[in-house]
Write a protein that binds this ligand. Structure first.
Ligand SMILES: *[C@@H]1O[C@H](CO)[C@@H](O)[C@H](O)[C@H]1NC(C)=O
Ligand SMILES: [Zn+2]
Ligand SMILES: [Zn+2]
Length: 586
């Protein structure tokens, strides 16, 4: 979960506060003498150790404009190998887990003819012990079929791939489990007996080649009763429940319901959860024998969790969020060397980036534009950039532009901050991956000017592939002390059930501002209440626009009812294209 959530009103109080971080000099560790210093919190190794990734969304080629996350998948493969050799050794165990969402968000996965065609192969070079799928493996048939055949039933992963509540639909219509429904195995060194399950959140929009059964329903089914009777509490040391489900779920409490069912069957077992989907760093304590870890998004975070004193009545859990960069990888593994396999993989990624022309420079971004960490009216806010500079460049090729115009976009259509530096083909996939069509409706000025405010008062718009973190921010997270030290970099400061000390690198606080559902660009030519204006919007929020118009105008007897028939195609380039053209011209 994110640390600080402020409204504009609170900002003043925080900015002027004297909240300098107190750092114990004995813990400090200079990574790159001469450059910025970092202070690393060490990993607390246990008998049983886990490394966890989730929601990588194609980010296997590192973050070229962000030093905090400069490791690529080859560096990660090298890290795990070095870490296993130097730190785990023969007396401990390591389990490597991923919890899905491997597409949509980066050119490396999205720029190939078949989405994920090559990135899947790169991802699968990592030697996961447990892996599964996320909802982004279930939007298109193409992705689902690729995931099933290239990963779920592959020779390498057919034992490791677990999905307890998702089924694949074969071409003949038969349902088969998407991998194994569970996995029982003994760890290599300490021979700990592990029983693993994987649950996807209750996702209702899967394509026709997959079927998701809610976790709670699937736990009532025969297969689960059979597993419970085959592996009673006496036959296991640790239950691992990993899957594409947030570990803190204040709306639906889905994971808590799963936990209740498991506790009725396994009252005294250690149950360790690994979650995903909401794109946050998070750690939850469920009870004395059970915790959950969630490891962020976009290969920014490598999650670490250890359990010590596994076979005693007071096991110890310890979590750490590792910044996904080369310096932290070499620090925690005791080696900065790439393995042969890792080096080859980094090379392969470089080649692929070139082949897909992801490095091709379109323009230069003069300074970073943020989604959350600058206020919406700041000139460093990306939505402000869009509404003040980019959307006004939209030209219709379907209608005249003599009327005043309101252009409304949903904020969920932007996926990532726009970083200072080269704007490349990859940047397009990263910042605004979704293409859009513009529609418009002609309405009185007095009505048009109320629409955005109405939509921002209501619930989050349920458009396709909306990034879930936007919704998450509606919940006020617990906060950590504000930190500012010139020697530190900006980055995550995570607040979780174990406090504010989970991040391996101590960062300066990044503020998080509330983002509305929609933002609008307003270009006025005349402002009489009855004058007709053009209200322009993404075709995929048309339902919400009509709902707003009918609600707002519905109070008058004579009011018109707006329907799809009133909406026409506006034409013109997508926001993604407009942004590119704008940056080109800067
Ligand atoms: C940015 O683009 C320029 C021109 O193509 C190139 O010379 C430079 O190396 C690029 N910078 C980075 C950090 O990739
Ligand atoms: Zn995701
Ligand atoms: Zn997801």
């Amino acid at each position: 979960m994110l640390v600080v959530f402020v409204t504009n009103v609170l900002l003043a109080a925080i900015s002027f506060g004297q909240c300098r971080a107190v750092i114990n000099p004995q813990q400090s560790f200079l990574l790159n003498p001469g450059s910025q210093s970092s202070i690393t919190r060490e990993l607390q190794l246990g008998e049983l150790n886990f490394l966890h990734t989730t929601d990588t969304h194609g980010w296997l080629g590192s973050h070229l404009n962000q030093a905090n996350y400069d490791a690529d998948w080859g560096n990660f493969v090298s890290f795990v190998s070095n870490f296993r050799h130097n730190k785990i050794g023969p007396s401990r165990d390591l389990i490597l887990i991923d919890t899905g969402d491997k597409h949509d968000g980066n050119g490396l996965s999205d720029a190939t003819a078949v989405n994920g065609e090559v990135s899947t192969k790169i991802f699968n070079e990592q030697d996961y012990d447990l892996l599964t799928l996320g909802n982004h493996e279930l939007y298109t048939e193409e992705n689902t079929v690729l995931e099933y055949f290239s990963t779920a039933i592959s020779d390498k992963f057919k034992d490791a791939y677990v999905s307890s509540n998702v089924e694949f639909v074969m071409e003949n219509g038969h349902l088969v489990p998407f991998g194994s429904k569970y996995r029982y195995f003994k760890t290599k060194n300490r021979k700990l007996r592990i029983l693993a399950f994987s649950f996807m959140f209750d996702f209702q929009r899967a394509n026709s080649r997959a079927k998701v059964t809610s976790a709670i329903v699937s736990l009532q089914q025969k297969w689960f009763k059979k597993v419970v009777s085959q592996y009673p509490e006496s036959e296991i040391d640790v239950i691992v429940i990993f899957g594409h489900m947030p570990i803190t779920d204040p709306d639906n409490h889905e994971i808590n319901q799963v936990h209740s069912v498991f506790r009725t069957h396994y009252p005294n077992s250690i149950i360790q959860y690994f979650g995903g989907h909401s794109h946050v760093r998070d750690f939850a304590i469920f009870d004395k024998y059970s915790t959950g870890l969630q490891s962020g998004r976009f290969a920014e975070t490598l999650g670490f969790l250890s359990i010590d004193d596994v076979k005693t009545s007071s096991p110890k859990f310890d979590r750490r969020y590792i910044d996904f960069n080369k310096a932290q990888f070499s620090h925690h593994s005791g080696s900065s060397l790439q393995t042969e396999k890792g080096a080859k993989l980094s090379q392969k990624i470089d080649h692929l980036r070139k082949e897909l022309k992801l490095n091709d420079v379109v323009g230069y971004v003069p300074s970073t534009f943020y989604m959350y960490s600058k206020p919406i009216d700041s000139k460093h806010n990306i939505y402000n950039l869009l509404t003040s500079k980019v959307l006004p460049t939209l030209k219709s090729d379907k209608t005249d532009e003599s009327k005043s115009r309101f252009t409304i976009i949903n904020t969920g259509s932007i996926r990532y901050d726009l970083y200072e530096g080269n704007f490349t083909k990859d940047t397009e996939y990263i910042v605004s991956p979704f293409p859009n069509d513009w529609n418009f409706v002609e309405v009185p000025f007095s009505l048009a000017e109320l629409v955005a405010a109405y939509l921002n008062d209501g619930p989050v718009l349920l458009t396709s592939m909306r990034p879930p973190e936007v919704r998450k921010r509606k919940h006020l997270p617990r906060t950590c002390p504000f930190r500012y030290d010139p020697a530190l970099r900006k980055g995550y400061t995570t607040s979780d059930d174990d406090g504010c000390n989970g991040d391996d690198v101590i960062h300066n606080t990044e503020l998080v501002f509330e983002v509305p559902n929609v933002v609008q660009s307003v270009e006025l030519k005349n402002t009489n209440a009855d004058d007709k204006v053009h209200l322009v919007f993404y075709s995929f929020i048309q339902r919400d626009i009509l709902r707003a118009l009918n609600h707002l105008s519905g109070k008058e007897q004579t009011s018109k009812k707006y329907t799809d028939a009133d909406c026409c195609n506006y034409g013109g380039p997508s926001t993604k294209e407009l942004l590119k053209q704008y940056i080109k011209g800067v």
